[in-house]
Design a protein around this ligand. Structure first.
Ligand SMILES: [Zn+2]
Ligand SMILES: [Zn+2]
Length: 184
């Protein structure tokens, strides 16, 4: 499955999508909101401040082109790096060193193929509702409920067991330094 930035100069391939993913998740946390605001892309959120991400294993992602267009930032949670592009200011992913999880923004799927998200089925979980704006007319877990954990836990466990954090294209060899420039 292909993913890309809004303008297409950055492109990557997902080896086992939609199979190797916990599916479509919505996060309403203040950190995700701060990132979207910081890069001037509030438009990627829903009207209650939610950001949809569809995770993949780091080792399943191969950057096809435009890797040099990635830049990274940390707002403000310490170990989580958030990547966006310098070409079209598209949010791409968030990732943590050594963790078998790359949270890919919904827009990288739909920019490559408008029907891509549908291949992951329905939204599976909404978390961190305590930070949601306004009064959503659907249920969001206040933080992360047991039910939300069960959606992602098998994916994380399998990733840990099989070392799927290795070879992440978002970190330099060795795994701790995020690639690209730090976003000004
Ligand atoms: Zn672009
Ligand atoms: Zn969040």
């Amino acid at each position: 499955m292909k993913i890309q930035c809004d303008c297409g100069r950055f492109q990557a391939e997902l080896a086992h999508a939609p199979k190797n993913s916990p599916g479509r998740l919505m996060c309403y946390c203040d950190d995700c909101q701060a990132f979207a605001e910081m890069i001037g892309r509030a438009d990627v959120m829903d009207k209650w401040g939610g950001t949809e991400i569809v995770p993949a294993y780091p080792c399943d992602i191969t950057i096809l082109k435009g890797g040099e267009l990635l830049c990274h930032s940390q707002v403000p949670r310490k170990r989580l790096h958030r990547f966006s592009t310098t070409c079209c200011n598209a949010p791409i992913a968030n990732a943590m060193p050594g963790f078998p999880w790359v949270g890919l923004f919904h827009s990288v799927y739909s920019a490559a193929d408008p029907d891509a998200l549908g291949r992951f089925g329905k939204l599976r979980s909404r978390i961190m509702g305590r930070y949601a704006k306004g009064a959503p007319n659907f249920k969001i877990s206040d933080k992360i409920s047991m039910r939300d954990m069960l959606v992602v836990l098998p994916f994380i466990m399998k990733g840990k067991i099989f070392g799927k954090h290795k070879g992440s294209p978002f970190f330099e060899a060795g795994g701790a330094t995020p690639i690209g420039r730090k976003r000004a």
